[in-house]
Design a binder for this molecule. Sequence first.
Ligand code: ADP
Ligand code: NI
Length: 216
Amino acid sequence: MSDVIERAAAHVRAVMSGESSGHDWWHIERVWRLARRIGEAEGAELPIVELAALLHDLGDHKFHGGDLTAAPRIASEWLRSEGADAGLIARVAVIIGTLSFKGAGVPTPMHTLEGQVVQDADRLDAIGAVGIARAFAYGGWKGQEMHDPAFQPAQHDSFDAYQRVKTTTINHFYEKLLLLKDRMNTPTARRIAEARHAYMQEFLRQFLTEWEGTDG
Ligand code: ADP
Ligand code: NI
């Protein structure tokens, strides 16, 4: 089992290195490490956790025309090419297929402990200092504005609206990043999320003060 994990890491590293939208290999490496840590603390089955963490963004819907079936399909195809057991493939695929955030008003239930661990690790990498950096990297890559004071954040109640409605990077904090702390599945991740959340709140306070020029 550790062999297939090592080969998954090498494969994903080769495919995702040098990517600039925030879905690069280093995102995967951080999620993998955090998922192992949370998985150990929560007593999850680590091989499933590690494979789902490593393979979760190979077929991200944002790069496949919004197709949510691409990610589980591409992960399954790779595992099949490795001769992995069908039961294992199904367990990893269902996690990858249900991982994504889909808007403030859209529930994203995760039914297995292993899936909860990977979802928490992926979401923790979207908040805190790294999360702030990734949001601006993604916003720049997408060509969206950093901020527009006249533009109110939305609470999307469908995945379609969340994907389609134009936003700014500052609004993305209110539309997703600040909501993640209360959507963590495991106690271990909830604890890690607290400090990352507070850091983002402090960042936004400072950003908006500088924007108004009322600081100092
Ligand atoms: P998930 O891992 O839940 O599928 P995404 O793939 O949508 O999340 O997001 C990947 C990264 O890009 C996250 O750090 C996320 O916050 C950021 N991101 C997504 N959409 C935007 C946006 N419109 N503006 C800024 N950052 C974004
Ligand atoms: Ni991810």
